[in-house]
Design a protein around this ligand. Structure first.
Ligand code: DGL
Length: 265
């Protein structure tokens, strides 16, 4: 049985496009709805309750537009609101988490560096990951205030001084694998790889999340079995023209129009 309904995906802003790209690659025929909560980005410094409320408002919005499943393409929102979303929406909900498990396996010396937001790093979800997968591994964490904003505003050339401040100490402490623990950061991957050099692995969770989405859809018989290419619809709580410009930069195929949505906190 084929299900033509779209998959809903959201993030605090444009960062979740790094997950959307992997979903599009793996599931070219699925329709996708993407919501960038840019009016309230960054989430990283906000109270978890606020992030939970935003996540629920966006989840309800995407479900009302027919989403058959929801992807929380945001480590911070996954840490703060995944359980509430699953409880209220009664949809399959896939979250994102920093890829510490593969990073621990790839580290040559048992030292793993993690770049993420403060909310992600302080969350129970993250610390339970460490307990489960990082026994005997030294995990060096680094919150990265300001880095999301640089990507959100398309100011990529401003990233280097922030990466000097956040990434270099991880290398100086011996990390041989570095986790991009925020969905915005993969857009800086070429610069990060240049800075760390060939001896350090750089890992994000995009491909793993796309595989999980495919698995969940198949298990729930929700996959769209048609052959035709799927479409994307973009929404934002922010300035549609400004966000559309950055989406146009990050989304390889010409981005569809971005609809501005007033979704009050
Ligand atoms: N993309 C979000 C994440 O993966 C960034 C959260 C924020 O807006 O600070 O955590």
């Amino acid at each position: 049985m084929s299900n033509p309904s779209p998959i809903g995906v959201f993030d605090s802003g444009v960062g979740g496009l790094s997950i959307l790209k992997e979903i599009r690659k793996l599931l070219p025929n699925e329709d996708l709805l993407y919501f960038a909560d840019s009016a309230y980005c960054p989430y990283g410094g906000r109270p978890p309750q606020f992030i939970r409320e935003r996540s629920l408002a966006i989840g309800r919005f995407l479900k009302a537009r027919g989403a058959k499943a929801l992807v929380v393409a945001c480590n911070t929102a996954s840490a703060a609101g995944l359980d509430s979303l699953r409880l209220e929406l009664q949809l399959p909900v896939v979250g994102v988490e920093p890829a510490v498990k593969p990073a621990a396996a790839l580290s040559k010396n048992g030292k793993v560096g993690v770049l993420a937001t403060g909310v992600t790093l302080a969350s129970e979800r993250f610390n339970s990951l460490l307990d489960r997968f990082c026994d005997g591994v030294e995990v060096i964490t680094q919150p990265c205030p300001g880095l999301v904003e640089v990507i959100e505003q398309g100011r990529f050339t401003d990233a280097r001084p922030l990466l000097d401040r956040y990434l270099i100490p991880l290398l100086q402490q011996g990390s041989t694998s570095v986790v991009l623990g925020c969905t915005h950061y993969p857009f800086l991957r070429p610069l990060v790889e240049e800075m760390v050099g060939p001896g350090v692995s750089v890992i994000d969770s995009g491909e793993a999340v796309a595989r999980q989405v495919a698995r969940i859809l198949a298990l729930s018989s929700l996959d769209n079995l048609r052959i035709a290419a799927g479409k994307e619809v973009f929404y934002t709580s922010g300035d549609a023209a400004a966000v559309g410009k950055v989406i146009g930069l990050l989304w390889e195929s010409p981005a569809a129009e971005v609809a501005g949505i007033d979704l009050p906190a």
